[in-house]
Design a protein around this ligand. Structure first.
Ligand code: SF4
Length: 180
């Protein structure tokens, strides 16, 4: 099956790489897409799956803080991480994660090559190598990334993950290129 023109290569990317409008107030680095990353992925003929933005879906565009951009980013990030631990929010996150895991399983079932997942470092949700904790950037995964990893572990699915910062594009492109 699927022996048509498709590359059978897939990559999962944090929502805000394709849509900076989703990001928390005061932290967008680009007007719309993080174009250099997307240009690279398009050149590689990889299908790009935009992950849901967990914070937008669960906390709203203002993350429940209309004065968001007036707060120090790292302090606001720590507040957001705390807000994600709310029981109702966790149920919503699990629904989102279920949809992602389903897609991953479908592609694997049909022998597609899942190149990996690109998250956003320092994010309280989508951090891969770093997140925000105790009002500082700290090693560790964001809340959403951790939940996703737990679900994948239960199913013995190993997915390569890396985190980038859109404020440091040279490093981001270097890291992404190492996935290929
Ligand atoms: S890092 Fe994650 S939570 Fe933050 S804007 Fe991007 S997709 Fe949304």
């Amino acid at each position: 099956m699927f022996n048509d023109q498709r590359s059978k290569k897939i990559i999962f990317v944090a929502h805000c790489i394709l849509n900076q409008n989703s990001i928390s107030d005061g932290t967008a680095d680009f007007p719309a897409t993080v174009k250099p990353i997307l240009d690279f992925l398009i050149k590689e003929n990889v299908g790009i799956i935009q992950l849901p933005c967990p914070e937008l879906n669960c906390l709203g565009l203002d993350r429940g803080n209309p004065k968001g951009s007036q707060s120090d980013v790292i302090i606001e990030n720590t507040r957001i991480k705390g807000a994600l631990k709310n029981e109702i929010v966790q149920k919503k996150l699990q629904l989102l994660i279920g949809q992602i895991v389903y897609q991953i399983e479908e592609y694997l079932k049909h022998n597609f090559n899942i190149i990996g997942l690109i998250g956003i470092n320092r994010s309280p949700s989508c951090g891969v190598e770093t997140t925000s904790k105790n009002n500082q950037e700290a090693k560790g995964k964001g809340f959403f990334t951790s939940l996703l990893l737990n679900e994948l572990d239960k199913k013995n699915i190993n997915l390569k993950m890396l985190g980038i910062k859109t404020s440091n594009l040279d490093e981001a492109l270097e890291k992404v290129s190492q996935l290929f």
